[in-house]
Write a protein that binds this ligand. Structure first.
Ligand code: ADP
Ligand code: MG
Length: 387
């Protein structure tokens, strides 16, 4: 059926060096511009070309995307084993920066939607988790934060590679230690530290990843916050607890959501902060907080996962499913962890029984993260020019 729309929008793009991309159909639109499915006659392949709006801010950010993805591909994943989209080319066309990527399929949101928001079988959740984690291990090694991990930005590979996925859209990515923006991540997948305005690291991608894993299983977002206040309240309700005091003490936006009720340096077990009631929030922000409906019958993460309908599962599979759900709960607890310091790193998470498929017996204790040893590149210095 997609053949019918193939030639609408047909346009021939002629490039120097005989590169031609024939636009066949539009794949997606965003604030940055549009993505077109194109035919490349020289290589007989389809490619996805992102055409950036011809405005300096978009072009600049897209150049960051090009440079980050090029580094990730060539330096950190030369053999294309780690589920990160390949960048093929980039060029200027009529003052539009264009980026050509390998052609991929539907995104994971479309997959969930196609399954009528009922969630995917745990075997798929496990396979996808492992692949996303491989991408995250590479990104962390490279010191890159994706900043917009969500189901829409994870694409299925073409049919030749079933159940394979790739992470796309490095249009919001940044280098760790060069975190320029504070308003990042799509709301449902936004980490507590970003929400509260606290210096962030690659750990924010691990929070988003946890939210994605839960959503793949449940079919619906775990924290569908209608506003930032609603998002925070949902996290606190489902997870129990709240962000740690040291984070609340140093974060820029703490007073938007919390009230100080105790001494910060006291050794008391209770927190020095209490979340604002809706009324208090309204008074402080001079607007009613938007509050959304609950999506799940149960409140806690444990209940939401373990009590999720078993659908029409054969009797003999139920005990394995129940054991895998226990592993999933333990896995999620390490990911959607309020404290970014305690939250598992990609390498810690990748050895969890939920990912490895080992039998889950007891709460997982990851090995401590070994500090990253910087790799220094040898630089040749010519001490004897012309000699
Ligand atoms: P944005 O910054 O707008 O989110 P993306 O890079 O995510 O930009 O691209 C927008 C949409 O275009 C994606 O959600 C997807 O539907 C489509 N798309 C992007 N890259 C590809 C690709 N390599 N293959 C197929 N479709 C793609
Ligand atoms: Mg996107």
């Amino acid at each position: 059926n997609s053949d019918l729309v193939l030639y609408v929008n047909l346009e021939l793009v002629n490039l120097p060096q005989n590169r031609r991309y024939i636009v066949k159909e539009m794949l997606g639109q965003g604030t940055f511009g549009q993505v077109a499915k194109c035919w490349e006659p020289e290589t007989n392949t389809y490619v996805a070309v992102k055409v950036i709006k011809n405005q300096p801010a978009y072009t600049q950010q897209a150049m960051v995307e090009v440079s980050i993805l090029d580094t990730l591909n060539r330096k950190y994943d030369p053999e294309d084993k780690n589920h990160i989209v390949r960048i093929l080319d980039y060029f200027m066309h009529h003052q539009h920066l264009c980026i050509a990527f390998e052609m991929l399929g539907n995104n994971l949101y479309e997959l969930i939607k196609g399954n009528r928001y009922k969630g995917l079988p745990l075997s798929f959740v496990q396979r996808f988790s492992k692949q996303i984690l491989q991408a995250l291990v590479v990104m962390k090694d490279a010191g890159i934060i994706h900043c917009d991990l969500k189901p829409e930005n994870i694409l299925l590979c073409p049919r030749a590679k079933p159940a394979e996925i790739k992470v796309i859209d490095f249009g919001s990515a940044c280098e760790e230690g060069r975190t320029v923006y504070s308003y990042i991540q799509s709301r449902y997948y936004r980490s507590p530290e970003v929400l509260l305005g606290y210096p962030y690291t690659t750990a924010i991608d691990m929070w988003s990843f946890g939210c994605i894993v839960a959503e793949l299983f449940l079919g619906l977002p775990l924290f569908p916050g209608s506003s930032e206040y609603d998002l925070l309240k949902r996290m606190m309700e489902i997870l129990g607890g709240q962000p740690p005091d040291n984070l609340l003490r140093d974060a820029k936006n703490t007073t938007k959501f919390f009230k100080q009720v105790g001494r910060i340096y006291s050794n008391s077990v209770s927190s020095a902060y209490r979340v604002l009631t809706e009324e208090e929030y309204e008074t402080r922000e001079s607007k009613k907080p938007q509050i959304g409906k609950r999506y799940f019958k149960f409140i806690t993460l444990e209940d939401i996962i373990s009590q999720y309908p078993y659908r029409n599962m054969p009797e003999e599979e139920i005990s394995r499913e129940s054991s895998m759900r226990k592993a999933l709960i333990d896995f999620l607890r390490g990911l959607v962890e309020f404290d970014p310091v305690k939250r598992w790193s990609p390498l810690q998470a990748i050895y969890h029984p939920f990912v490895t498929g080992e039998e889950f017996k007891e709460p997982y204790k990851p090995l401590p993260e070994t500090p990253r040893i910087p790799v220094f590149q040898a630089v040749m210095v010519d001490h004897n020019p012309g000699g």
